[in-house]
Design a binder for this molecule. Sequence first.
Ligand code: 5GP
Length: 206
Amino acid sequence: MSEQGILVVVSGFSGAGKGTLIKAMLERHHNYALSVSATTRAPREGEADGREYFFVTREKFEEMIREGQLIEHARYVDNYYGTPRQYVFQQMADGKDVILEIEIQGALKIKEKFPDALLLFVMPPSADELKRRLVGRGTETLEVIDQRLHRAAQEAEGMTSYDYILINDKVETCVEAMHQLIQAQHRRVSSNLDFIEQMKSELKAI
Ligand code: 5GP
């Protein structure tokens, strides 16, 4: 079967618990790599440059776009976010599955460019729970929380473009569901066309 890693897009409403889920996923399973995005938004308390994001100026971000350094980029609540190309391709070539934690516009661009990418959408158990988590996190002003909830309503419209949804109720259960889906994606016929061709020519040669 194909040794090449695949792209796994994880989207979900702000506050759905994507970050916690992905962190648990990386701790538990070791064949995954997390892409670190570039963004023009300011770091939150506790965030470090090069770990959560590469925090860059708008000028730098625009330069990255011009030079083709980003696989995709999008605007989200007044800031730019984008996926640097080099790390992602390197990890995939090394056989790692690369997780992109990105919003919906970026997700759709990835699916267009890489049809074998797996698109997962993380949902909270309910809208009330989503608001509770956003307020409880305490990292955004009420105004920004409102904008993010508004954006969640818009994003819900695009959810049907995703391959699977994950309900993030219990982290452990959700991590295992995610792992199983990624492993299943590796076994899709469309992800293994080279292997199938090889098998066909080997069979002919016998
Ligand atoms: P936050 O400001 O909460 O860290 O991220 C805001 C949104 O931007 C989240 O939905 C996150 O998934 C998304 N995001 C983070 N990095 C990227 C990226 O490289 N590309 C795109 N399209 N979205 C991103």
